[in-house]
Design a protein around this ligand. Structure first.
Ligand SMILES: *Cc1c(COP(=O)(O)O)cnc(C)c1O
Length: 463
């Protein structure tokens, strides 16, 4: 059977999926009853399901398919690399051309003197490496007590024990005894939800200063690093107030701690620059990369570090690594992805044309009766659904309205994700203006339909 083009009928696939496949972040019993939606192929920004329905992918898969689906060039380099050298390790005094070339290419693209990369298979693994890197760095420097890593509530840093501990997702911490030791969390800069009476600028400063208070509470001698996403992605595209990052940078400079920017989503063009650190003027010592690095065509992630951090690490054995650190096929695919991003000017087009176009339309959603805030950074955006705009109120039973809205989108051929009652998008960076028009039409139609349902059920009571 050719699994690519001659798959089983949908119902059969769903039944086998239910019988044998455990899904991530899913209540299996519920999904198994209704059956998974089965995606069979994709091109550009459009998915096709097993029934032949075409769906606009407002999420670029999972924030990763930056160059869009269906680029044969990446398939070709994967094929060629598999024939030339499908695997070799980098543990025992060996290396290979694709990992060497990718490390060099990244050192050109990365800001500042982030010139060295430790590879992993994804973002979670890379953040696990970052915990090891930060603690080992301070131990080598004779400061082994500097172990604690400060993160933020509602952050997402992956799903391994280390990644989920760094993350601030309560439902993840609630399972399996997380977080692990020596990781603490401060508040996120989520003005719409938590800013109270403060202006966004006041709130941004107040949130940043919680980092300084936390460093003082723990004692600087016990803190290894602060980790944060330039814009929180999975937390619901939390775009920080303008005052936030300058103050965070000042605090990290004033205290002896490493700044880790988790750019797994923001990197490779998402915010309109190559890296979110450029958009928000952040100077990280360590940067997590994954997702857009290969546009999701092959699993790869990494930890980029500065010359100074690399020099310290290089002075001792590092008892850490993954079988697939610097996997040759993933590296070759990532290199080809970077070539396309660069040569086709995709990041420039996002910054100069498509992101401003999306922004001009997205902002108008704030005029919809159901929408309290419409926020955006480059090609990632969110809306807050609210029963009362002026009070910035939240619906009772968070997630109920979000799920109704998500299903309305899904049924109208648009993938848009809900986080509680926020709706988020992060489309492929190659989305065209015409496709943005289609996306906006579908979002508005789904909002209207959701509002009608809420009114009929008495759930919408503007104050
Ligand atoms: C997706 C994500 C991760 C985890 O990456 P995986 O490849 O799923 O392990 C880490 N950090 C951020 C910010 C992410 O969005």
């Amino acid at each position: 059977m050719n699994v690519l083009f001659n798959h089983l009928p949908t119902e059969e696939l769903q039944a086998i999926d239910a019988a044998h496949h455990l899904h991530p972040f899913t209540k299996g019993a519920d999904l198994n009853k209704k059956g998974a939606r089965i995606i069979t192929r994709a091109k550009g920004s459009t998915l096709t399901d097993s029934e032949g329905v075409e769906i606009l992918d407002g999420m670029a898969g999972l924030w990763c398919v930056n160059i869009g689906y269906g680029r044969d060039e990446l398939a070709k380099v994967a094929y060629d690399q598999m024939r030339e050298l499908p695997f070799y390790n980098t543990f025992f005094q060996t290396s290979h051309p694709p990992v060497i070339q990718l490390a060099q290419k990244l050192s050109e693209l990365l800001p500042g003197d982030l010139n060295h990369v430790f590879f992993a298979s994804g973002g979670s693994e890379a953040n696990d490496s970052n915990i090891r890197i930060a603690r080992h760095y301070w131990a080598i420097k004779g400061k082994p007590t500097k172990k604690t890593i400060i993160s933020r509530h509602n952050a997402y840093h992956g799903s391994t024990m280390g990644g989920a501990s760094l993350g601030g997702m309560q439902p993840m911490h609630a399972q399996g005894g997380l977080p692990i030791a020596d990781i603490t969390h401060i508040d996120q800069p989520f003005w719409w939800g938590e800013g109270g009476d403060m202006s966004p600028e006041e709130f941004g400063l107040a949130c940043a200063r919680k980092l300084e208070a936390e460093i003082e509470r723990l004692g600087e001698d016990n803190v290894a690093a602060f980790i944060a996403e330039p814009v929180q992605g999975a937390g619901a595209v939390i775009v920080p107030p303008s005052t936030y990052w300058p103050e965070i940078q000042r605090i990290c400079d004033a205290h002896e701690i490493l700044l880790i920017a988790d750019e797994v989503i923001c990197g490779f063009g998402r915010t309109g620059n190559w890296f979110g650190s450029q958009t928000y003027n952040i100077r990280p010592d360590v940067m997590t990369i994954a997702k857009g690095l290969s546009s999701g065509y092959a699993p790869i992630g990494g930890s980029a570090v500065t010359d100074e951090v690399a020099a310290v690490l290089d002075s001792d054995d590092f008892n850490h690594g993954y079988t697939y650190s610097g996997h040759p096929v993933s590296c070759a695919v990532a290199l080809e992805n970077l070539r396309i991003l660069e040569e086709e000017g995709i990041v420039d087009t996002v910054r100069a044309e498509t992101a401003p176009y999306l922004e001009s339309k997205w902002r108008t959603l704030a005029d919809h009766p159901l929408v309290g805030e419409a926020r955006i950074s480059g090609m990632m955006a969110a809306i807050e659904m609210t029963p009362d705009k002026s009070a910035r109120a939240q619906f009772a039973n968070p997630g109920t309205v979000g799920t109704i809205m998500r299903d309305n989108c899904f049924n109208d051929a648009l993938i848009m994700r809900n986080v509680r009652d926020s709706m988020i998008i992060s489309p492929p960076l190659v989305i065209t203006k015409a496709e943005i028009d289609v996306l906006m039409e579908r979002v508005v139609r789904a909002l209207d339909k959701t509002l009608a349902t809420l009114k009929a059920d008495g759930m919408f009571k503007p104050g």
